[in-house]
Write a protein that binds this ligand. Structure first.
Ligand code: RP5
Length: 179
């Protein structure tokens, strides 16, 4: 059991799954962001190709377990998000992993090029996508959870402030040097 967004005890509402434990260093970024928004999540390894029955079980029981969004990481022939989307009506967010041979373009195209009728929300390749997947999940949850909406608004303010601070630092570095 984890804490719900209002601090009471509740089960996970976001599922993070990944095709291999080798995806974990990147997907830890997703977990970190969900923790920042106090969103309870579960995390598992399951593969579309290596453990199809386990994947089928996970996706087909996701709604009954209380999940509202599923975030899926996979690399290469990245079919995991698409398979999960085929088995549930929950929103599925894909995080295409970087790969050594094709730099993650393979993962991106496998995730994004879904047939009409089975949508997957594909994020950017690797770390930016892992971070954005958590934010996107929070944005979905914020449509019915005002606490998550507040935390998202605070995060946007924080982002904006960090840009202003960077700008001030850059300006200071060049103060008096420009003609
Ligand atoms: C995919 O193959 C996984 O999601 C991972 O990104 C990639 C490589 O997996 P390993 O060979 O490292 O287990 O299924």
């Amino acid at each position: 059991m984890s804490k719900s967004t209002d601090g009471s005890s509740a089960g996970p509402i976001v599922g993070i799954i990944m095709g291999s434990d080798s995806d974990l260093p990147v997907m830890s970024e997703t977990a970190r962001m969900l923790e920042k928004f106090s969103i309870p999540f579960e995390i598992e390894v399951t593969s579309a190709h290596r453990s199809p029955a386990r994947t089928h079980e996970y996706a087909s029981t996701a709604i009954a377990r209380g999940l509202k969004v599923v975030i899926v990481a996979a690399g290469g022939a990245a079919h995991l998000a698409g398979v999960v989307a085929a088995l549930t009506t929950l929103p599925v967010i894909a995080v295409p992993m970087a790969t050594t041979v094709l730099s993650g373009i393979d993962s991106l195209l496998s995730s994004v090029q879904m047939p009409a009728g089975v949508p997957v929300a594909a994020m950017a390749i690797d770390k930016p996508g892992a971070i954005n997947a958590a934010i996107y999940a929070a944005e979905i949850l914020a449509t019915f959870d005002p606490l998550v909406a507040e935390r998202l608004a605070a995060y946007k303010d924080e982002l904006s402030r960090s840009v202003a601070e960077k700008s001030a630092r850059v300006k200071k570095q060049f103060a008096g040097k420009t003609p």
